[in-house]
Design a protein around this ligand. Structure first.
Ligand code: DGT
Ligand code: CA
Ligand code: CA
Ligand code: ZN
Length: 625
C-alpha cells in the first residue's frame, strides 16, 4: 500500500469534527462526542504539525485533549490514511448528511429522524419534503419551522462554496511555501478574487512562473510537488499548464504554470474581475489590439507587443495600471485612462488600532500584552475598548467596573513606553437606542465605540431610529461594525444606510471598518457611500487576542476596494489629532479644515453607484459579540 499523503493539522481536525458530527447523528453518548471535538480543537491550536508526532505516542498523549483512544485513532490514520470509525459512520450515513448540519435549524437529531422516517439524507431531499409539507409532520417541527428551513436552504445554497479571505490567504501562503524551494520557480502569487481582496473567495487562483516552465524535468517535479500539497482531497485536473485540486475544507485551488514572458498577461487575465477584463478587451480592440491570457498583440499582424508585466500591458493601452482592488469595472478604467487613479490607503498609513478587548471581558490577553503587541507592530497608539454589561456572555462592564477599568488602562499606559494607550469602551446600543453605560461614564472615555449586539431582528425603521439615537449621543465617537453581519453566517440587520450616514456626517461620528475577516463591516460598497457623503472611517481589528492584530490587512484591502485614501481614515492621524477627532473636535460639514483633517465636503462629489461583489445573507441569532 502506498504511504498515505501527509495531512496537515486542519485536515486531521476536520476528520475528527466530522466523526463527532456523525456520532451525534448516530445518537452516541454526548460525552464521547465532545471528546472528539476537544481533540480536534487541540490539534487545530497546535503550533507544530501533529503528523510528525504521531509515530511517538508518548508525545501525542502530552497534548491536552488527546487520550489513549484518540491517540490510537491518530496512529491508524497515520498508518492507513483513514480512521475506521469515521469510515464506518460515513458508510452508514451518507457524507451528504454532514452538509445538512450546515443548514440552520437542522440538528443531528432531526437529521437522524429524516433518515429513519424518509430515507432522506441530502439538501435536495429535505427541500422536497419541505415543499410538499411533509417536514412539518416530524416531531418538534411545524409549519413555521418548515418555512424557516426552506429559507435556510436558500441561504446555504448562496454562500456554500465560498470562504473567508483569511482562509484563502492562508492556503495561498502555504502553497507558496510548499513550492518556493523548487528549482526554477521564481514567483508564486495569488490572482483572482483573493488578489482583488473581495470579501469572500470562491476558488483560489494561483499562478507560478519561472524558468522551470522550459525544462521538462523541472516542470514535472513542480507538478509532482503541487499534488503532494497537504490536505488535498481530490486532484480534479492535472495538465501541463494547470493543476486543479480540492482541499478537505472544500476549497478548490487552480494552479497555473506560466513562462515568464506571458506572466503579466496571465496575472492581468486571472486577476479579473471578469467585467474589468471585458471592458479592457473592448478598449484593446478599439485601439487595434487583441488581449488574452498570453499577451497583448497587434490585431492586424498578430505581433505580440506586451505580456511580461501587467504594467506594460496597461501602458500599451494608454492607461495607468489600476490596483487589483479597484478592478471591478466601477470607474477605474476611465480613471486609469485619465491618469486620475486615487492614491489608495496603505497599511503603513495606519497609526493605531483602536478596537480591542482584554481578559476583563471576552478577550484572551491582558492590557499590557495587547499594548506590547500593538507597539511591536509599530503603532503610535492603540485603544482598549472592552464590552459593556448588556453583553453578559462576554462579562461586560457596568458603570463601576468601566471606570475602574479605564483607571487600569491609564496606569498601564503610564508604565509602557513607546505607545499611547487610549482608554475606551465598546458600549452596547440597547434596543431603544439608549446606551448601556451612563453619559457621565462615557464622558471619561477617550474613545466610545457604540455597537449593536442584540435585538438584530427589529424592523428597519426601528433599527434606523436606534442607530440615529446612538449617533446623536455626544459621547459616541465611532459606530462599531455598523451592519452587524457575520460573513457566510449572519445577515446584516436592516436599516436606512443613507439616513445613518447623513447623521454620522452631521455629528462627526466615524463609521468603523471592522477588519476582522468574517465581518468586514462596513463593506466596500457602504464604505464608498460613506466617503462620498463625507463620513470618516476608522479601521480596527476588534482583536480579542494579540494574534488578531494581523487581520488589519483585510480591512485595508476593503478600504482600498472602496477607493479610500489616507485622508478618509481617522486612525492615520497622529495621536493628538486622532484623540481630538474621537472627541469630535474637528470641523463638521464646514469648508474649513483646522486640524489637518479634511472636512466633510465630498458629499457634493460625484455619486457613483458601486456594484457590490456578492453580499451574504443568513438568518440571525440574538445577542452576540
Ligand atoms: P471567485 O473565484 O468566485 O471568488 O471569483 P474570481 O474573480 O476569482 O473568479 P474565477 O476564479 O472564476 O476567475 C478568475 C479570474 O479569471 C476572473 O476574475 C477573471 C478571469 N476570467 C475567468 N473567466 C473569464 C471569462 O470568461 N472572461 C474573462 N475575460 N475573464 C475570465
Ligand atoms: Ca477564483
Ligand atoms: Ca478559478
Ligand atoms: Zn462588537
Amino acid at each position: 500500500m502506498p504511504e498515505p499523503r501527509p495531512l496537515d493539522n486542519q485536515a486531521i481536525a476536520s476528520i475528527l469534527y466530522e466523526t463527532a458530527s456523525l456520532m451525534e447523528i448516530n445518537g452516541d453518548d454526548s460525552f464521547r462526542v465532545r471528546s472528539y471535538r476537544r481533540a480536534a480543537e487541540a490539534i487545530e491550536a497546535l503550533d507544530q504539525p501533529i503528523w510528525a508526532l504521531i509515530p511517538e505516542p508518548r508525545k501525542l498523549l502530552e497534548i491536552p485533549g488527546i487520550g489513549k483512544g484518540m491517540s490510537a485513532h491518530l496512529q491508524e490514520l497515520y498508518e492507513t490514511g483513514r480512521i475506521g470509525l469515521h469510515a464506518q459512520l460515513l458508510e452508514k450515513y451518507h457524507p451528504s448528511m454532514l452538509e445538512l448540519l450546515k443548514i440552520q435549524g437542522l440538528g443531528p437529531k432531526t437529521i437522524a429522524l429524516l433518515w429513519s422516517a424518509h430515507q432522506v439524507c441530502d439538501v435536495d431531499g429535505v427541500e422536497k419534503l419541505a415543499r410538499t409539507g411533509k417536514l412539518r409532520e416530524l416531531p418538534r417541527m411545524g409549519e413555521k419551522q418548515e418555512q424557516k428551513i426552506l429559507k435556510a436552504i436558500e441561504d446555504y445554497r448562496r454562500i456554500s462554496g465560498r470562504f473567508c479571505l483569511d482562509d484563502a490567504d492562508a492556503i495561498a501562503q502555504k502553497l507558496s511555501d510548499h513550492l518556493a524551494h523548487m528549482p526554477g520557480v521564481e514567483k508564486i502569487t495569488p490572482a483572482g478574487s483573493l488578489r482583488r481582496g473581495r470579501e469572500t473567495v470562491g476558488d483560489l487562483d494561483m499562478l507560478i512562473t519561472g524558468k522551470f516552465c522550459a525544462h521538462e524535468q523541472q516542470r514535472n517535479d513542480v507538478i509532482e510537488q503541487i499534488v503532494r500539497f497537504p490536505g488535498i482531497l481530490d486532484v480534479i485536473a492535472r495538465g501541463e499548464n494547470k493543476v486543479s485540486f480540492k482541499l478537505r475544507s472544500g476549497m478548490q485551488v487552480d494552479v497555473r504554470l506560466l513562462p515568464p514572458e506571458s506572466f503579466g498577461a496571465a496575472m492581468q487575465y486571472f486577476t479579473g474581475s471578469k467585467s474589468h477584463n471585458v471592458a479592457l478587451r473592448q478598449r484593446a480592440l478599439k485601439l487595434g489590439f487583441t488581449l488574452n491570457e498570453y499577451g497583448l498583440a497587434k490585431l492586424d499582424t498578430d505581433k505580440r507587443v506586451a505580456g511580461r508585466t501587467e504594467e506594460e500591458i496597461y501602458a500599451k493601452l494608454g492607461m495607468d495600471c489600476p490596483p487589483p482592488e479597484l478592478r471591478e469595472n466601477c470607474g477605474e478604467i476611465e480613471a486609469a485612462i485619465e491618469h486620475r487613479l486615487p492614491k489608495l490607503i496603505e497599511q503603513r498609513d495606519l497609526q493605531g488600532d483602536v478596537h480591542m478587548h482584554t481578559v476583563e471581558t471576552d478577550g484572551k490577553c491582558t492590557i499590557e500584552e495587547m499594548a506590547e503587541a500593538a507597539r511591536a507592530r509599530g503603532y503610535q497608539y492603540m485603544a482598549i475598548t472592552d464590552h459593556s454589561k448588556n453583553l453578559a456572555m462576554a462579562n461586560g462592564l457596568d458603570d463601576r467596573r468601566a471606570l475602574a477599568h479605564i483607571e487600569k488602562i491609564r496606569k498601564a499606559g503610564e508604565k509602557l513606553e513607546g505607545i499611547r494607550i487610549f482608554a475606551g469602551i465598546e458600549v452596547d446600543i440597547l434596543a431603544d437606542g439608549s446606551l448601556d453605560l451612563s453619559d457621565s461614564v462615557l464622558e471619561e472615555m477617550d474613545i466610545a465605540i457604540a455597537s449593536v449586539h442584540s435585538a438584530f431582528n427589529q424592523e428597519p425603521q426601528q433599527m434606523t431610529g436606534r442607530l440615529l439615537k446612538a449617533i446623536e449621543n455626544k459621547n459616541v465617537s465611532v459606530i462599531g461594525h455598523p451592519t452587524g453581519r457575520i460573513l457566510l453566517r449572519r445577515d446584516a440587520y436592516q436599516f436606512d444606510m443613507e439616513a445613518v450616514l447623513a447623521a454620522a456626517a452631521r455629528n462627526a461620528v466615524a463609521m468603523e471598518l471592522n477588519a476582522y475577516p468574517d465581518r468586514l463591516d462596513l463593506c466596500d460598497r457602504h464604505l464608498r457611500m460613506a466617503k462620498e457623503r463625507g463620513v470618516k472611517i476608522v479601521i480596527n481589528t476588534d482583536s480579542h487576542h494579540t494574534s488578531h492584530m494581523e487581520k488589519m490587512k483585510y480591512g485595508v484591502l476593503q478600504a482600498r476596494r472602496a477607493w479610500l485614501t489616507k485622508d478618509d481614515v481617522l486612525n492615520t492621524l497622529p495621536a493628538e489629532k486622532f484623540a481630538k477627532a474621537m472627541k469630535k473636535q474637528w470641523p463638521v460639514a464646514s469648508g474649513e479644515c483646522t486640524n489637518g483633517i479634511s472636512p466633510a465636503s465630498s458629499a457634493r462629489g460625484r455619486r457613483t453607484e458601486f456594484r457590490h461583489a456578492g453580499e451574504q445573507r443568513k438568518t440571525q441569532s440574538d445577542t452576540e459579540p
